[in-house]
Structures are given as C-alpha cells and as structure tokens.
Design a binder for this molecule. Structure first.
Ligand SMILES: O=C(O)CCC(=O)C(=O)O
Ligand SMILES: [Fe+2]
Length: 214
C-alpha cells in the first residue's frame, strides 16, 4: 500500500462502532467485558489497597473548588486518579480509555480534550440519589464513563444498581444496570439523569469518569 494511503485509511473498530451507534440511538451504551477479568482484578487490588491506606475521601457535591458533603445525596468515597502518576494497572486502564477517545474524536469529531476519573467505593447502605452529572457546575462534561470493579461473586441481591432514566417518546423509562465486573457504562452527561441504588450487601467498587470538551 502506498504510504500516503496508509495514513488516510483507518481501521474500523466494530466494538467502538457499536458504542457510537448506541450513543446516537439511546444516549447510553453498555459494554460487558470492556475490561478483562485480569484487568479488573488488578485495578480492584489497587483500589482496595489505596482505600485501606485511607487515601479516599468522602464524596462531595459541587465542583472540586466549591464542594459540600451531603450524605443524604451521596454516600460514596472517592479518590481522583492522576494520569501522570499512575502505576502499571492504571496505565492499562488509561490506554484503553485513550484508544476509545481517539476513535471518537477521529470518527465523530467529538472534541474530547480533557478527562477526569476517580475510584469510588460505595460501602454497604450507601447510594447516590438521582442527578445529572453536569449539575456539578461542569458543562464541559460530555460523556460519563463508569467501570465496575466488583469481583465475580457480585450478586444482584447486593443492590447498587445504576438506574438510568431514558425517555422514549415522552415516556420515562428507568433501566437498572447491575455493577458486574468488567462492565462499562457510557452515557451522555448532559442528557441522562441516573442514580445509584442503595448497596444492600458488600461494598460496590468502580472507576467513574468524564470525557470533556473544551
Ligand atoms: O457508579 C455509578 O454507577 C454511577 C456513579 C455516578 O453517577 C457519579 O459518580 O456521578
Ligand atoms: Fe452521576
């Protein structure tokens, strides 16, 4: 193949194409197995270690500058991840995320220029009431990305479903998604209200983040 042509030709990625299709049609996409069981286990171990080292803090409402802790609204504990200071496990995480971002920007001109991710732990009894992610004073949030790091023994009875409220022909329909390991849920931050149902047993582990425009 001639050199110039090689640069222009761009391999279509069926997984990413299905994500884009879902986002265009439904404003959300569910990708089971986005992270392999091995990747999930490594990320979970890092999360648990940092949590046990007390590196997490009580989540707050508002933006990073102007935040207040509201237990009635959300009860999770979070730790922001600095991409520049990541270990091996998080590098694998960001490689996958960056690859997806590159594809979105290239094929859909999405204009994702920034991202921010945090680990989250929802201890037993906690939840996150219905909200829109842009209420946190951040209109640049374009796509919300949630990656579940629970282990294989996670049961539906544990609760902690992510409920997203979709609107079909003017009728609201709640969709409950279980936080199974390896599952990633992506949705339009400005469009879809959602909540995390109360965790009834165990603790619910995840990485949540936002892909942001300028
Ligand atoms: O963990 C989830 O499923 C969603 C978390 C969430 O809505 C948030 O952190 O804004
Ligand atoms: Fe949210």
């Amino acid at each position: 193949m001639n050199k110039l042509f090689e640069q222009v030709v761009f391999a279509e990625n069926p997984l990413y194409e299905s994500i884009i299709e879902d986002l265009l049609q439904n404003k959300y996409s569910i990708i089971d197995g986005f992270f392999t069981p091995e990747e999930v286990e490594i990320l979970r171990n890092v999360l648990v270690r940092k949590y046990e080292e007390d590196q997490f803090k009580k989540s707050a409402i508002g933006n990073r500058v102007n935040e207040t802790v509201e237990k009635e609204i959300r009860g999770d504990f979070i730790l922001w991840i600095n991409e520049a200071e990541t270990g091996a496990a998080e590098k694998v995480f960001f490689n996958k995320i960056n690859h997806l971002i590159e594809y979105l920007n290239r094929t859909c001109f999405m204009g994702i220029l920034h991202k921010e991710f945090h680990y989250a732990v929802y201890p037993e009894g906690t939840f996150y009431k219905r909200h829109l992610d842009t209420f946190q004073n951040d209109g640049r949030r374009k796509l919300s990305v949630v990656c579940y790091l629970n282990d294989e023994t996670w049961l539906e009875e544990n609760g902690g479903e992510l409920t997203i409220y979709v609107n079909k022909n003017g009728v609201e329909k709640p969709i409950d998604l279980y936080p199974f390991p390896g599952r990633v849920v992506i949705f339009e931050s400005q469009e879809l209200e959602h909540e995390v149902q109360r965790v009834k047993h165990s603790q619910r582990l995840s990485i949540t983040g936002w892909l942001k425009t300028r």
